[in-house]
Design a protein around this ligand. Structure first.
Ligand code: MN
Ligand code: MN
Length: 460
């Protein structure tokens, strides 16, 4: 045996999809047209839930009713407080045999308004913000921002805000210094390039013309908001208002091989999971596709995975069949579907090249997250790795493995909260460049193969 033959037999490298299956390039581009539209329509968790309900209803899903009875093949959805949603296709086997669960998150890093946000300083009107999730603050200055969210008026009426998205809409922004005057700011550490209390959004500069009033520019901004949305300053106390990048999802590169957009972490898994769920007909095992909230701030709150809502839903499914929910939990397997950091040639030193994920090599199976000795991590068992790898290889899915950055650099996902319900869970998702930035990058081939992985998972 030659050394080359022996090498082929004993070593392993994940292939580049475009080299091994170039016919997928076109298919991936077509699939990502729907994905880009989903990104543009869902820039907050509420908007994603709304869009998901629309897509599910169109595909024949009905609202879940705990008192109803269901047959294999039936499709239902359940909405949790307008910010999280679970979709299910009932399987042929009893839920006692376990559920095929897939959880992605639909919240993304952004700038939330503080409860009392409006102020005037030196003839400018501005909003105070408190950022949500892990952002590199300097990236959020001098880019066009759009306003999204809801305000509940005193009479209970909900006003939905969406300004800065349509052609012709005004946009908003955070200012930064010009190079000529930034000598002092340049000495700051990069993390303080723009500080938290400097993330102030410009909303107006024209005063209300009455010499008697103090803060006439703020008054003018409030007058315009009142005309447009029927709200007053006090209404911000009953609100969730979010500022997100105003730009639309775009193709990136001469070859259009990548999608560049805001919020791909983790709507990239949410969309692929939702499409796989919808395309699954008559599965063997009952499916649960979860699009959840609050992952970016530690899965806290009653719409995040560290709440009982997912466990309660499983209990409802068990009770429908008169099965002990504990058996369902124990036999369920879950993909915690979230993005991973793609190897970036410009910043190679933070990656272990042997254990990184790469764009165009398929979805990433991540055995464990966490950092510094795997702390704060779910560490999937060898048995579960074997099961999931077996399913993907059976269905010809392109996949790879990846750690989130080198040892002592990484972070976490919803996996550990799923594991605490006594469910087998492993992370699987899409490699992303510039994760958490206002404009994140992902490969279309990886998006397609993540959809295929989810479809294979629901089928087997
Ligand atoms: Mn994520
Ligand atoms: Mn994230």
């Amino acid at each position: 045996m030659t050394g080359k033959e022996l090498q082929e037999e004993l070593t392993w490298k994940f292939p580049h999809i475009a080299k091994e299956a170039p016919e997928q390039v076109e298919e991936a581009a077509a699939f990502c047209e729907g994905y880009k539209a989903f990104l543009d329509e869902g820039k907050t968790e509420r908007e994603c839930v709304k869009k998901a309900v629309e897509l599910l209803k169109a595909a024949g899903y009905a609202e879940f009713d705990t008192q109803d009875s269901y047959q294999p093949g039936d499709k239902v959805y359940y909405v949790n407080r307008n910010k999280a949603i679970i979709a299910t296709t009932f399987g042929e086997k009893s839920v006692k045999e376990g559920i095929r669960m897939n959880g992605a998150h639909i919240d993304s890093p952004r700038l939330d308004l503080k409860p009392s946000p409006v102020y005037e300083k030196d003839d400018m009107a501005l909003f105070k913000t408190h950022y949500y999730g892990g952002i590199r603050k300097y990236q959020w200055a001098t880019i066009p921002l759009a306003m999204h969210g809801v305000i509940i008026k005193k009479n209970g009426e909900m006003v939905e805000l969406n300004l800065g998205e349509k052609p012709g809409d005004p946009v908003f922004c955070i200012t930064d210094l010009l190079p000529h005057l930034s000598a002092e700011q340049n000495e700051r550490k990069l993390k303080d390039g723009i500080k938290g209390e400097e993330l102030n959004i410009v909303i107006g500069s024209i005063p209300y013309t009455d010499d008697e009033v103090k803060e006439p520019v703020k008054l003018m901004a409030l007058k315009l908001m009142n005309e447009q949305f029927g709200i007053t300053e006090k209404d911000f106390l009953r609100a969730e208002v979010e500022f997100v990048p105003a730009h639309k999802a775009s193709d990136v590169g001469f070859d259009r091989s990548m999608v560049g957009a805001y919020g791909q972490d983790d709507r990239i898994c949410a969309y692929t999971a939702l499409m796989a769920e919808i395309d699954t007909k008559n599965p063997t095992y009952t499916t649960m596709t979860i699009l959840t909230d609050k992952e970016e701030i530690g899965s806290e709150g009653n719409t995040g995975l560290n709440s009982n809502y997912v466990g309660d839903y499983i209990t409802y499914l068990a009770e429908l069949e008169g099965v002990n929910p504990k058996e369902v939990f124990r036999n369920t397997i879950c993909l915690s579907s979230d993005v991973n950091a793609a190897y970036d040639p410009t910043f190679a030193s933070v990656y272990d090249p042997l254990n990184s994920s790469y764009v165009n090599k398929g979805c990433v199976l991540t055995k464990y997250t966490g950092a510094r000795g795997k702390s704060g991590s779910n560490d999937a068992s060898a048995e579960l790795m074997a099961k999931v790898i077996g399913i993907m290889e059976k269905e010809g899915v392109y996949w790879q493995i990846g750690e989130l950055g080198a040892v002592d650099v990484g972070g976490g996902t919803i996996a550990k909260f799923v594991a605490s319900m006594n469910i087998d869970v492993v992370d699987l998702g899409v490699p992303i460049l510039s994760m958490h930035a206002p404009f994140e990058l992902a490969s279309k081939l990886d998006v397609l193969n993540t959809y295929r992985a989810f479809k294979a998972f629901y089928k087997n």
